[in-house]
Design a protein around this ligand. Structure first.
Ligand SMILES: *Cc1c(COP(=O)(O)O)cnc(C)c1O
Length: 356
């Protein structure tokens, strides 16, 4: 049966990407070796990193003076590396969910950390507005897309201090003004590659300003200097990211991804609002994520939740169960998810409605 993959992460990748990675895992560019058994310092691997970095720069219009790094440890290690490298006096955080809260908890280990606003009061189903960012903060940290709750910042915010962003689940889904940030990071397994690699975009002259000593591997300067090769980087996931970046460029880049994301989101939110069985969990349309679309069954149909889930599963839908902290359903519509995938889910919701 055809599967429609709405997993939140690791998540759907374009089939071209998976074919290219599979082929390289058997025989990398006719070298007679698998990519899995090659040195990261091999002559034919360096071009993989170089091209991935240059496509990052091109697709996101990254200005000069920034480095692109491919590291291990996940976005979760960046929660600690960010304050280690940037927090001297004070840091400001916008608390829009569990990931933001985890990032903030790490910052507290290093210095004064201000929560400028929080949407925890209603299970993070909105993006706070109208807060004040302290002007003496070293940085203001945001989570641009809240994977679990389905809220998203669709534009770069204005901030009196440089921003740091966790873009794990919406990188490459819209253009970004990189110059507003000193650091953008994320796990690649949502919208870029298989699990195992973390991307970091860091402003070079923002580094080296804290007075504390930083362990070598946690110091961004180590990886800037080493070109992501200070130690062994995750070679196969980096190759996977390269394939996705090539695919992104062929498909029209981030403007086209933004157009598709809006089209998919409009279709699915439209159906959630029209269908008598369902309602969205995020009430303000401006705050609704295009990447992770969360919905629940209306109160009078609540007892049908498990039944709808098995109905959808029988029709090939994968990963539509909501995160345990929110319940209901979540359809993750990352770049590789097509409008036809979303149409199949909509048809499934309509068929279920007719039966009830
Ligand atoms: C998944 C996710 C994380 C955690 O990423 P890891 O790579 O597993 O550490 C952090 N932030 C956001 C927004 C996420 O979606």
């Amino acid at each position: 049966m055809k599967k429609y993959n709405f997993n939140a992460g690791p998540s759907k990748l374009p089939s071209d990407v998976m074919k290219a990675v599979s082929a390289a895992c058997i025989d990398f560019e006719n070298s007679g070796l698998s990519l899995m058994e090659m040195s990261h310092r091999a002559k034919n691997f360096q071009p993989v990193v170089d091209e991935a970095v240059s496509l990052f720069r091109e697709l996101l219009s990254i200005p000069d003076g920034y480095s692109v790094l491919f590291l291990g440890g996940g976005a979760s290690l960046e929660f600690c590396m960010v304050p280690y490298n940037f927090l001297e006096r004070k840091a400001a955080y916008l608390n829009t969910g569990v990931w933001a809260k985890k990032a903030m908890a790490e910052a507290k280990l290093f210095g004064e950390t201000v929560e400028v606003a929080s949407s925890a009061d209603t299970t993070y189903n909105y993006i706070p507005r109208g807060y004040t960012i302290p002007t003496d903060a070293d940085y203001f940290h945001v989570t641009t897309n809240n994977t679990i709750y389905g809220t998203e910042l669709h534009r770069d915010l204005d901030s009196p201090v440089p921003m740091v962003a966790d873009m794990s689940s919406d990188i490459f889904s819209r253009p970004i003004d990189v110059s507003k940030y000193i650091c953008i990071y994320g796990g690649a397994q949502k919208n870029l590659a298989m699990a195992g690699v973390t991307f970091v975009i860091v402003k070079n002259d923002a580094l080296g300003r804290v007075t504390r000593p930083i362990p070598t591997m946690l110091d961004y300067r180590t990886h800037v200097k080493g070109g992501s090769m200070f130690n062994t980087p995750p070679t196969v996931p980096i190759y996977c990211a390269l394939q996705t970046l090539r695919w992104l460029k062929r498909e029209g880049g981030v403007m086209e991804m933004q157009r598709r994301a809006e089209e998919k989101a409009k279709l699915l939110y439209g159906e959630i609002e029209r269908n008598k069985l369902f309602r969205p969990t995020v009430t303000n349309p401006d705050d609704r994520s295009y990447m992770n679309i969360c919905f629940v069954m209306n109160d009078e149909y609540k007892e049908l939740e498990a039944d709808f889930l098995s109905f959808a599963t029988e029709r090939g839908m994968v990963g539509v169960k909501g995160h345990r902290s929110v319940g209901g359903f979540r359809a993750s519509c990352y770049n590789a998810v097509t409008i036809d995938d979303v149409k199949a889910l909509v048809a499934c919701m309509q068929e279920y409605e007719r039966q009830h």
